[in-house]
Design a protein around this ligand. Structure first.
Ligand SMILES: Cc1cc2nc3c(=O)[nH]c(=O)nc-3n(C[C@H](O)[C@H](O)[C@H](O)COP(=O)(O)OP(=O)(O)OC[C@H]3O[C@@H](n4cnc5c(N)ncnc54)[C@H](O)[C@@H]3O)c2cc1C
Length: 391
C-alpha cells in the first residue's frame, strides 16, 4: 500500500519503520526543517522495549539510554518513602530512560534503513478522502492519493478531533550533564511536598555521538506559573530547589537563566474511535495524559505496532477497527490510572497527598501490591495488544 505518515515523532517513526519493513511504500511528512535534538528525558517501559525489539532498534536504544531498575519517591519534610517501584531482578527487566533526541535518532535511522522516505518542511494542514484514496494537504501542496494516512502529529495534530482537558500542573525540564553526585545512575528519583511541589532526576544516558552521561531534571509548576516562567528570578528559583532537595542543587548548578529550562504543559483525553476512513490516529494524536506513569512514548510505539500487525492480516477498511480493538482496553486502563494517579502528585489538593502518604503508600508495600505496581509501570498489567501473544 501507499501510506502517508503525518508527524516524524516517536510514534510516526516507529510506524514508518514497521510499515516499510512490511513492504508498504511509506512517506513521512513533518513540519521540521531538519531533525534536531529536541526534548528531554522519557522512559520506555519493558513492554515498549519489546516493541523496539520488533522494529530492530532495541540494541541501539539501549546503547544510548540508561537502564533504570527502580523509581523512588520521598516526601521532603519527613523523608518518608511514598513511591518505590522496582523492576523484577529475575529476568533482568529494566525501564530505559533516554533522551527524546536519542530515541528519535534510533527510530529515524530505523525508518530510513527500512526504506521509508521523509519529507521535511511539510506542515500538514488538512486531509480529505475521495474514491481514489486519502489526500494530505501540506502548506505547499496536496499529496496523494494514499491507501492510508496515519496521524502521528502528537498533541498539536491538525487532523485529530481529540479535545483534551488541560491539566492544572505542568513542569520545567532540562537535560544536564550528570554531576558528581551520590545518586545512583540507575535510579529515577522524585521528591514531593504535598502534591503542589515535585522535583525529579532521571538518568538519560548519552546523546548520539557524545560521551557525556546526562540527567533529565524536572520541577512541577502550576500552569499559571509556567506561563510567567521566562520572567522569573532564576537565582531565587535555584535557591528554592536547593533548599527543597539539596541533592538537586549540583544538577541545576550549570543552568543560568529561565530559558535553560523548557516548559511542558499536559492534558488528558482519549479518542473514542482512533480512526476514520483511510485514516488512523496513533500516539498523542489519539490519547494524551500526564507523564506521571511514564507511558507516553510507550503507548505511541505500541499503537504503531498494533496498526502494523492489523494491516498484515486485514484489508485497510477492516484493519483500522482491528487496530482500535487491539489497543482499546490497554489505552483506556492506562488513561484511567493516569487520571487517578496524577492529582496525587501534581495538584493543589490538600486531601489527596494525605491519602497518598498515609493510606496508599503503606498499602503499596503489602504483597501482592508491589508486584501489581511493577506490572502497571512495566506497561503490561493487561495485554498491550488484545488477542496477541505480545510481548
Ligand atoms: C519537540 C518535542 C519535544 C518533546 N519532549 C519530550 C520530553 O522531553 N519528554 C517527554 O516525555 N515527552 C516529550 N515529548 C512528547 C513525546 O515525544 C510524546 O508524548 C510521545 O513520544 C508520543 O509521541 P507521538 O509520536 O504521539 O508524538 P511526538 O513525538 O510529539 O511527535 C509529533 C511529531 O509531529 C510533528 N508535527 C506536529 N504537527 C505537525 C504538522 N501540522 N505538520 C507536520 N508535522 C507535525 C512534530 O514536529 C513531531 O515531530 C516531546 C514532543 C515533541 C514534539
Amino acid at each position: 500500500m501507499k501510506i502517508a505518515i503525518a508527524g516524524a515523532g516517536i510514534g510516526g517513526l516507529a510506524a514508518a519503520a514497521l510499515l516499510a519493513q512490511d513492504g508498504h511504500e511509506v512517506t513521512v511528512f513533518d513540519q521540521f526543517d531538519a531533525p534536531r535534538p529536541v526534548g528531554s528525558g522519557l522512559v520506555i517501559q519493558p513492554v515498549g522495549l519489546a516493541a523496539l525489539a520488533r522494529i530492530g532498534v532495541l540494541e541501539d536504544a539501549v546503547a544510548l539510554g540508561a537502564k533504570v531498575t527502580r523509581m523512588l519517591g520521598r516526601e521532603v519534610d519527613n523523608n518518608r518513602v511514598i513511591l518505590d517501584v522496582r523492576f523484577p531482578r529475575k529476568g533482568g527487566e529494566f525501564g530505559l530512560a533516554i533522551h527524546r533526541a536519542s530515541l528519535f535518532h534510533v527510530l529515524w535511522h530505523g525508518a530510513q534503513t527500512s526504506g521509508a522516505t521523509v519529507q521535511a518542511s511539510a506542515r500538514v494542514t488538512g486531509s480529505h478522502v475521495t474514491r481514489d484514496g486519502r489526500f494530505l494537504d501540506t502548506s505547499s501542496a496536496t499529496h496523494g492519493p494514499f491507501d492510508l494516512v496515519v496521524d502521528a502529529m502528537g498533541v498539536n495534530s491538525t487532523l485529530s478531533p481529540l479535545v483534551a482537558k488541560p491539566l492544572p500542573f505542568g513542569a520545567l525540564w532540562a537535560s544536564v550533564p550528570w554531576p558528581d553526585s551520590e545518586l545512583p545512575r540507575d535510579l529515577l528519583s522524585q521528591r514531593y511536598r504535598r502534591a503542589d511541589h515535585m522535583a525529579g532526576i532521571m538518568p538519560i544516558g548519552t546523546l548520539p555521538g557524545e560521551s557525556t552521561f546526562m540527567a533529565g531534571v524536572f520541577w512541577s509548576l502550576p500552569r499559571a506559573a509556567l506561563s510567567l516562567w521566562t520572567g522569573m528570578d532564576f537565582a531565587a528559583w535555584k535557591a528554592e530547589v536547593a533548599a527543597f532537595w539539596p541533592d538537586y542543587a549540583p544538577f541545576v548548578e550549570g543552568l543560568t537563566k529561565p530559558s535553560d529550562m523548557a516548559t511542558a504543559t499536559y492534558s488528558h483525553g482519549t479518542l473514542k474511535r482512533p480512526y476514520a476512513e483511510r485514516l488512523a490516529f496513533i500516539g498523542d494524536a489519539a490519547h494524551r495524559t500526564s507523564p506521571q506513569l511514564g507511558q507516553g512514548a510507550n503507548m505511541a510505539i505500541l499503537d504503531a505496532l498494533a496498526l502494523a500487525m492489523a494491516l498484515r492480516t486485514h484489508p485497510v477498511a477492516d484493519a483500522l477497527p482491528a487496530y482500535a480493538a487491539m489497543r482499546r482496553w490497554h489505552v483506556r486502563l492506562y488513561q484511567a490510572m493516569s487520571a487517578a494517579f496524577t492529582p496525587q502528585y501534581q495538584s493543589a489538593s490538600r486531601v489527596l497527598p494525605v491519602l497518598r502518604d498515609h493510606v496508599l503508600a503503606p498499602l503499596s508495600r503489602v504483597p501482592p501490591v508491589p508486584k501489581i505496581l511493577n506490572r502497571l509501570v512495566s506497561g503490561d498489567i493487561i495485554l498491550p495488544l488484545a488477542g496477541q501473544r505480545f510481548p
